[in-house]
Design a protein around this ligand. Structure first.
Ligand code: AMP
Length: 374
């Protein structure tokens, strides 16, 4: 195992396997351009090691150039304008083959295409050692791929984590941390917030309630608060993008946490996907989703009671409460299947005393294959 900064990594792709892929790419590309002298454009920094090995194996004449993408704050609508630095050759009329270490979202590729489209090249091809198909969001073809990678954080062979790891001759992946990450699931009033208070103490977890964060922002009259208020007052869900960004920021604030309780998140499939991805990028995953079950009529009674004490406007009006249940049935209930398919869904009876319900939840948690049980 390897440590870089605050994270641990484990071996993922051996130097031998990388070498085989590089060899295959060199053969494939040289046979596709038999009578030509292409110019390989190496995108720094990450591609330096791949390019060096690849070019040693390239059996024909070729030219080589190195570029870097630099960004500056521009005045375009996107705010960020990228440009290439380092390309000194005139590439007009030439076959350009871009050498990339990894293509994930494809944003860099778009910039490269945009920049070369004004240079009158004969043709442009893209060769990448690693490609993350699940992350790729563009339509440009990726012409040559050494290996496909799952959406996972990797370092080594040119790729870095915050400046470290580029010199490693093999690829390492982020090690899954042994932590408990619980999703507390259930309709409004099911007792998620109440139970989270006890579970976070018992298992030393960080409790993130998206509803609480929204209410905190509403109280502070922040931009986020003003935006969220319009939805919350009507009993509607706040748009996914807003909620996901907020949750990401809350997770980022708690880097050293031993685990999390997500309370009121995810509430849509898009949020569940986003949670999976953001946890994966940190070497974490959802350990279990535990639903607290109770009948609508019991919940309505509880919420109206709570509304009297807390002053929450969305808890004081029965029609708004029923609307929130409808939102739940339509948008949130599909997550039951989502987590069942992954073997991560559990449910407990949410009727009883607070202690009884904490005990039921603890029984589920203690059967999980996580740090707490080792
Ligand atoms: P809660 O305190 O969890 O009942 O949330 C109160 C309100 O905040 C909800 O009715 C939604 O309007 C909003 N909210 C909380 N969590 C989310 C979420 N994950 N997605 C969208 N809206 C949310």
């Amino acid at each position: 195992m390897l440590r870089l900064h605050d994270k641990y990594f484990e071996p993922f792709i051996s130097a031998t396997d990388i070498d085989r892929s590089v060899e295959r790419l060199a053969r494939q590309i040289s046979s596709d351009f038999p009578g030509e002298v292409p110019i390989f454009v190496v995108v720094l920094n990450g591609a330096f090691m791949f390019a060096s090995d690849f070019l040693k194996k390239y059996p024909r004449n070729c030219k080589i150039s190195f570029v870097k993408l630099a960004s500056y704050q521009g005045t375009s609508s996107s705010g960020q304008v990228k440009h290439l630095i380092g390309l000194e050759e005139n590439v007009e009329g030439q076959t350009v083959i871009v050498l990339e270490d990894v293509i994930d979202t494809g944003n860099t590729l778009v910039e490269i295409h945009r920049i070369f489209s004004g240079m009158n090249v004969k043709k442009i091809r893209v060769a990448t050692l690693f490609y993350k198909p699940e992350a790729y969001k563009q339509s440009f073809p990726v012409d040559y791929v050494g290996m496909k990678l799952p959406e996972r954080f990797v370092v080594g062979y040119g790729l870095d984590y915050d400046g470290l790891g580029r010199n490693l001759p093999e690829i390492y992946q982020l090690k899954e941390r042994n932590m408990i990450n619980l999703v507390l699931f259930g309709k409004p009033g099911a007792g998620k917030g109440t139970q989270a208070v006890f579970l976070k103490e018992k298992y030393n977890l960080v409790h993130i309630s998206t509803g609480d964060v929204f209410r905190y922002n509403i109280k502070g009259e922040t931009e986020l608060g003003k935006l969220a208020k319009q939805y919350i007052d009507r009993g509607e869900l706040v748009p996914d993008e807003v909620t996901i960004n907020m949750l990401q920021a809350e997770v980022d604030k708690n880097q050293g946490a031993e685990g999390f309780i997500f309370d009121g998140f995810p509430r849509t499939t898009a949020q569940a996907d986003a949670l999976d991805q953001l946890l994966k990028a940190k070497g974490m995953s959802v350990s279990a989703t535990i639903a607290l079950e109770a009948d609508d009529e019991v919940l309505i009674g509880r919420l109206l009671e709570r509304g009297k004490l807390s002053g929450r406007s969305d808890d004081q009006d029965e029609s708004k409460i029923r609307f929130r249940f409808e939102e739940y049935n339509q948008k949130t209930a599909p997550l039951i299947d989502y987590y069942k398919k992954r073997g991560k869904f559990f449910s407990v009876n949410g009727i009883g005393s607070i202690e009884e319900i904490t005990t039921r939840l603890s029984e589920v948690i203690e059967k999980l294959d996580t740090a707490v049980n080792k």
